[in-house]
Design a protein around this ligand. Structure first.
Ligand SMILES: [Zn+2]
Length: 414
């Protein structure tokens, strides 16, 4: 290589490095690089798809039961007036159908059960299901605080467990005719963002919270949360909505009690199960413009009945298979019952379930630091049953997979 060419390449390299790290470019990094601003005008596609009565019912009983939606939305029989921002005079107008018979079809990418055609022996044929294994797992499990270890036992990593669980469930669902996609195909993150790229976003968040000082450790901690939770879930949801476009998303999680120090965790008898579906936004969440927009997009997509139906079927199958008691929330600002006759179902405002436009079922099964469940996790996956505390148990992974599969067959195979 001649010197002239080398100098040119080096100059170009320095230019790129300077450009990448220039204050100008850093200053233009979007405030929340994981998301895009609300597209209020896009809600026009929901004109005449819902009546005033149904809109108010969904707002008041499912999505914003504390009534704070009234600060942002005014409903008349013909029109819903939506305030995009505080103080903004211009309001978005959503035209409402005069009666249920006059409702236009809801524009959506997912198919309702009556739009599918199951085949004999393949009760899930025609159904596209996205499985979303919660958390990152593997080498990232400690950072995301979904890791604990007792003495010389195997570490418990929720993200690694949910990924294995998703693979087991995928096989079962495919054999029943479903098309199955996973929101991730490896342990670790799917988002290209990394904590170090989220420094400005973390500083902005501290400022929004009214903080003027913080330690390096606190900043790093927030950068990491914005990475493994906020950015990662946004990235997966974007893939679900734009690329996978499934009929249903099942988020897979293993629940736990607070275990304290991850190297000396507490085992607490507290085995349970519950399913979360989107809803129960509160006043302070609604004050964020993006959350208001996403709440309305979710509501107007009219997924709620489908979510309740599927969640109900999976919860019943779980109860029949495992006899686990329901987990109960005692703080209505956090979660409220979603179906009177099924104590396993809760409306809760979670990032994943509100961002994904298809029906989303969020499973929180077992409690990883319950003494019995801890023992079952230590045994890993296996054929048949093993004797634990004097009782025979199948592998915890297969039990979970069988319950989810049975619930879906009961709901879609009817
Ligand atoms: Zn989880």
């Amino acid at each position: 290589m001649c010197d002239h060419k080398f100098t040119f390449i080096m100059n170009f390299f320095c230019f790129v490095v300077l450009l990448l790290f220039s204050p100008v470019l850093l200053a233009t990094t979007p405030k929340e690089p994981w998301t895009s601003p609300p597209r209020w005008a896009s809600l026009a596609r929901f004109n005449d798809t819902i009546t005033a009565t149904e809109l108010e019912k969904l707002l008041q009983t499912v999505y914003v039961p504390d009534g704070s939606w009234k600060s942002w939305i005014t409903i008349t029989p013909e029109t819903a007036f939506i305030k995009p921002s505080p103080g903004e005079a211009q309001r978005i107008q959503l035209s409402l159908a005069a009666s249920p018979q006059e409702c236009q079809p809801v524009p959506r990418y997912w198919k309702a059960p009556q739009e599918r055609s199951p085949l004999p022996g393949k009760p899930l044929a025609g159904l596209t299901i996205a499985l979303d294994p919660g958390h990152l797992g593997g080498a990232w499990a400690k950072m995301e605080e979904r890791w604990f270890k007792i003495g010389h036992t195997h570490p418990v990593e929720e993200g690694t467990m949910t990924f294995y669980e998703a693979l087991l469930i995928a096989n079962r669902l495919r054999s029943l005719g479903a098309t199955v996609q996973l929101t991730k195909t490896h342990l670790g993150p799917t988002t290209p963002l990394r904590p170090s790229m989220l420094r400005q976003a973390a500083i902005d968040q501290f400022h929004e919270e009214g903080r003027t000082t913080w330690t390096h450790r606190q900043l790093k901690w927030l950068e990491e949360i914005l990475f493994y939770r906020t950015a990662e879930i946004h990235y997966r949801a974007q893939r679900v909505n734009q690329e996978l476009r499934p009929d249903l998303v099942i988020c897979l999680h293993f629940d736990a009690e607070e275990w304290g120090d991850a190297k000396h965790p507490q085992l607490i008898p507290s085995n349970r199960f519950h399913i979360l579906i989107s809803g129960n936004f509160n006043g302070s969440e609604l004050r964020k413009e993006n959350d208001r927009y996403i709440m309305l997009r979710k509501l107007l997509g009219q997924v709620h009945d489908e979510e309740v139906g599927i969640a109900n079927a999976i919860a019943k199958a779980f109860e029949a298979t495992t006899s686990l008691p329901p987990f109960t929330y005692h703080n209505p600002t956090k979660a409220r019952p979603a179906l009177k006759e099924n104590p396993y179902l809760w409306n809760r405002n979670l990032l994943a379930s509100r961002l994904m436009e298809a029906p989303v079922i969020f499973c929180e099964a077992y409690s990883m630091n319950d003494p019995l469940i801890f023992q079952r996790i230590q045994l890993g996956d296996y054929d048949g049953t093993r004797l634990i505390q004097g009782k025979k148990f199948p592998s915890i992974y297969r039990e979970y997979a069988d319950a989810v599969t049975q619930g879906l067959v009961n709901y879609f195979g009817k």
